[in-house]
Design a protein around this ligand. Structure first.
Ligand SMILES: Nc1ncnc2c1ncn2[C@@H]1O[C@H](COP(=O)(O)OP(=O)(O)O)[C@@H](O)[C@H]1O
Ligand SMILES: [Mg+2]
Length: 266
């Protein structure tokens, strides 16, 4: 392990909610300047893994190295410093509804820097331009479409020029066009800003469009973590069933199946 270009290294991560094990011996590496997609069915532990990568949850055991630092061993001040290098765009956008789009994007700069108001405004306008939202800075989030909210949240996530960018389900709730635009933006950020980007998604099309590497989670365990092409060609039966969307044989509930049959007949 410990390749010199590793931006994120997760080793033997185990996590619980209460007594329930949610992540079991999770190991993977994301390389600098690459897009790592974390894929898996609903409830497989994707969001939980992301929360651990962000230092929001503390693991039961294992290590998480971000930019060479094991975040499970950092104190609050050290974590605060590291967070300046981390951008996060959460599911739903999570903009503050009482602030304009511009004020939302300016927020991290106000919190983490001592730049003057003018510089802050210029820097946030530049990032709004990157996400194609020039001229929208004075609108309120409620006045934006779903796709625009995601892009504004993205502008806020990158306003500090972070080296690591994290996304939870970027295309959730978006129409295909807005979703494709967001994919293009993510690719552009990797190429133009050389960011290491972690995207959690269950959208297969989007995953394969943007991923350099894919980590497949299944019931809290890693099935595979490899280059996108290797995952696409995998003949692992669980990965195939995820990719080909065939129902899992072990999850067929005979009762529900019977009910559906009878409903269809009647
Ligand atoms: N705060 C929580 N407390 C207890 N259990 C949780 C909590 N969040 C998620 N879980 C459980 O952990 C498992 C993984 O959830 P999650 O990480 O949200 O999966 P995913 O994002 O892949 O859908 C699920 O079984 C879920 O019910
Ligand atoms: Mg989730």
């Amino acid at each position: 392990m410990a390749a010199h270009d590793a931006a994120i290294e997760v080793e033997h991560l185990v996590a619980h909610y209460g007594s329930r094990k949610i992540l079991d011996d999770v190991c993977f590496t994301a390389h600098q300047g690459e897009i790592m997609v974390i894929m898996g069915g609903s409830g497989s532990g994707k969001s939980t893994l992301l929360r651990h990568l962000l230092g929001l949850n503390h693991p039961t055991s294992g290590s998480i190295r971000l930019l060479g630092k094991d975040i499970t061993r950092l104190d609050a001040d050290q974590m605060y410093d590291l967070r300046k290098n981390m951008g996060v765009a959460f599911q739903g956008g999570a903009l503050f509804n009482s602030m304009t789009v511009g004020e939302n994007v300016e927020l991290p700069l106000r919190e983490h820097t001592r730049l003057d108001c003018n510089t802050i405004r210029i820097m946030s306008r530049m990032k709004l331009e990157v996400v194609n939202l020039s001229g929208f800075e004075d609108l309120m989030p409620a006045e934006l479409s779903g796709g625009m909210i995601k892009r504004a949240a993205l502008a806020r996530a990158i306003v500090m020029d972070p080296r690591l960018l994290f996304f939870d389900e970027p295309s959730a709730g978006l129409d295909p066009v807005a979703s494709a635009e967001l994919d293009e933006l993510i690719l552009m950020l990797r190429d133009a800003m050389n960011m290491t980007i972690v995207v959690v998604t269950h959208e297969l099309e989007s995953a394969f469009k943007i991923a350099d590497r894919i980590t497949v989670l299944d019931h809290g365990r890693i099935l595979m973590s490899d280059r996108a092409e290797a995952v696409r060609q995998s003949d692992h039966p669980r990965i195939r069933s995820l990719l080909d969307r065939t129902p899992r044989s072990d999850s067929v509930d005979p009762e529900a199946y019977l009910q559906r049959l009878t409903r269809e007949i009647s």
